[in-house]
Every structure is written in structure tokens, then in C-alpha cells.
Design a protein around this ligand. Sequence first.
Ligand SMILES: [Zn+2]
Length: 196
Amino acid sequence: MFDPIELGREFFERLTEVDAAITAKVAASACSRCGGPLHVGNYPRKPRGGLLAVAGEALTVRFSLCCGREGCRRRTTPPSVRFLGRRVYVGAVVIVASVVAVAVAAAKASRRLTGIPARTTQRWVRWWQEAFPKTAVFAALSARLVPSVARSELPSSVLTRMPGKPQAQFEALLGRLAPLTTESTPDGARFVRGTG
Ligand SMILES: [Zn+2]
């Protein structure tokens, strides 16, 4: 199915460092609405890890920035390798649980292995296989992959094509997904490059 990977404290500490580096790069840019300076405006998160990543539940701060100019104050939330958009589970869990759900097919077995309700993982699988292929991130990713990835086997069909050992493959895929994790940072991919 896939090699087991340790989604432990060290894994999430490394991802936190990547998020901090991405945030520092975005902070050095400017407010996309008024060109004002970007100040720290972090906000709390209460993520879940299911049975797969209890250590991920320690990630209680989403790095974010706010325009410092009076009358603007626009929020700019940088791309993240830890939080996959507004989903309550951490991003790595969204990947692993979806891989499991596609592989075992039986909803009960999936729930037993991941600790996540089957309707949640089924919603994620639909996102991987229907919405994700329509994104610019997928287009850029799949353009480099020959032969092309099987959509019915997403997300494992892209995960297993990432370079390196399983842990590195996870980090690489989370990095590629990071621009999808926020809508308030235009062209987010440029801030993610070179931070992983
Ligand atoms: Zn502004």
C-alpha cells in the first residue's frame, strides 16, 4: 500500500520550520492590496491528527500576517505545509488517510486504521480525484510526470512519484500543495520554492 511513515513530533517540527521560512519570505513582501507593510497576525488553530498523527495536534498556531496600514489591515495568510486550507485535520493526515481510504475501499476498515470518519475521508478522496486535478498546482505537477498519473489512484499516484524516501516524499508533496492552502497570498508558489 504505502510505506509506513512516522508522523511524529520531529516530522511536524520540521514542517513548522518550513512554514516559518515561507512566512518570513511573505512578510518581506508587501500587502497585495495597498503595498503596506506586513505585520505578524497569527491565529489559533485546533487541528486533529486522528490515529495517524497525534503529534500534529500540537500545531496550534497558523502563521499569518496583517497589513500594518490603517484603514487597510488586509490579512495575508502564507502558504502552509502543515494546514491544508480550512480542513480541521493536519495536511499530512489528509494525504495518508486518503491513501488508506482508496487502498482499502471498505469504509469500516478505513475508519479503523485512521480513526477518521469514513464520510470525511470520502470527501477528501473526492477532492483529490475531482477538484485537485483542475488546479494549477496539479497541472504544473503532472506536466513533469511521465507517464501521467492515474487520477483514480490519487493521491498515492502523485505521492509515490515524489523524490526520496517516504518521509521526503510527504514533505515534497506538502510543499507542492502549499499554494492551495491559502487564497490570500497571490502566486503563493514563489514563496514556497527553496524552503523545503
Ligand atoms: Zn494593505
